[in-house]
Design a protein around this ligand. Structure first.
Ligand SMILES: [Zn+2]
Length: 334
């Protein structure tokens, strides 16, 4: 690709698009990583491929007048699941069943007449944090997105590690218990089954059902309805001093630490950055994670690897989608 934009000029703007299972976030991003004119629209993830694509166009159209006025030169898109960045194809994503082998980047490029790149959302978020956020002072970062699931990415010297065909660094489905519960991916005991938002709410609901007349704050925060319990409900209850909620989050933190210990031994990153919807909930148990890590990493420097919050909070992936042009990583066809 020849349409690479020079980094360093704050006047160059890229349109970033973060596609999720329920919403599409769009914004203009400058080469300092600042997000301007952000907007969002609902995503139609469970209809036809064309309905899904139209939902994305609608979200982009909301910001396009501003983008045209600012002479935006490129579009950067990110989405969850398996993405082949070099061809701009979304292979498959559990949260986007509308698409299989969908040439998303090419279709967006054709519609707006602007060069378009596509990457995985965790890779995008990692790139934004490495370039402009919590990882900007480090050479190698391991990024963890804790939300409905667990997404991961590694950035080294400004480059995302993609693996052979773009599927590398898929850490959320590393098993930490081969006798563990069956994960949606087909494996057993994936860390996602113990420390994601879904895992936390599932565990809380199961325990509340077993206990029946529980006087846990979790149930009160959820309005008395077990089906309404989310990871956020558990967090609120824990903050009000509820023992059951605290215990559930502590256990999730310990599972995370076991997994991170393995990852430090394998990759030895300079820093671990935690983002996603429940990232800050889990890093509030950092001290406990550190104690557990001592037993689950053999690297003598493991205790020195900082565990930091993502600077962009929920907007890391949006900034990172644009960062594909503003902080380009090497691609084989460049
Ligand atoms: Zn799995």
């Amino acid at each position: 690709m020849k349409n690479r934009i020079r980094a360093g000029n704050p006047h160059k703007l890229v349109l970033g698009v973060d596609i999720g299972g329920t919403k599409v976030a769009v914004g203009l991003v400058n080469s300092r990583g600042q997000i301007l004119h952000a907007g969002r629209a609902p995503m139609t993830a469970r209809g036809s491929a064309d309905q899904g694509f139209r939902a994305v166009l609608q979200a982009i159209d909301g910001v396009m007048p501003k983008a045209r006025a600012a002479r935006v030169r490129a579009i950067g898109v990110c989405a969850p699941g398996w993405v082949e960045s070099e061809r701009g194809v979304l292979l498959s994503a559990t949260n986007l069943p509308c698409w299989r082998n969908f040439p998303l980047a090419r279709k967006i490029a054709k519609h707006y007449g602007l060069p378009t790149r596509l990457t995985n959302d965790a890779s995008a978020a990692a790139l934004a944090e490495a370039k402009w956020g919590a990882g900007s002072k480090y050479e190698s970062i391991f990024y963890v997105s804790l939300g409905t699931g667990i997404g991961t990415a590694m950035v080294r010297e400004g480059e995302i590690y993609h693996g052979r065909a773009g599927g590398g660094c898929e850490g959320g489905h590393m098993s930490i218990n081969f006798n563990g519960p069956l994960c949606g991916c087909g494996k057993r005991g994936c860390v996602e089954m113990y420390a994601s938002g879904t895992a936390i709410s599932t565990r809380a609901r199961r325990l509340l059902r077993q206990m029946r007349n529980s006087n846990s704050q979790i149930l009160k925060v959820a309005g008395g309805n077990i089906s309404n319990v989310t990871a956020e409900t558990v967090n609120k209850a824990a903050r009000s001093g509820d023992n059951l909620a605290t215990q559930i989050l502590q256990e999730a933190a310990e599972h995370l630490a076991i997994w991170l210990g393995n990852l430090i031994d394998l990759l030895e990153p300079e820093v671990i950055i935690v983002g996603g919807g429940i990232g800050r909930v889990m890093t509030s148990y950092r001290a406990r994670m550190r104690r557990t890590l001592e037993n689950w990493a053999i690297n003598p420097g493991a205790h020195r690897v900082p565990i930091l919050n993502a600077s962009y909070r929920s907007q890391s992936a949006l900034a990172g989608a644009a960062a594909q042009w503003l902080a380009p990583t090497r691609r084989r066809n460049d």
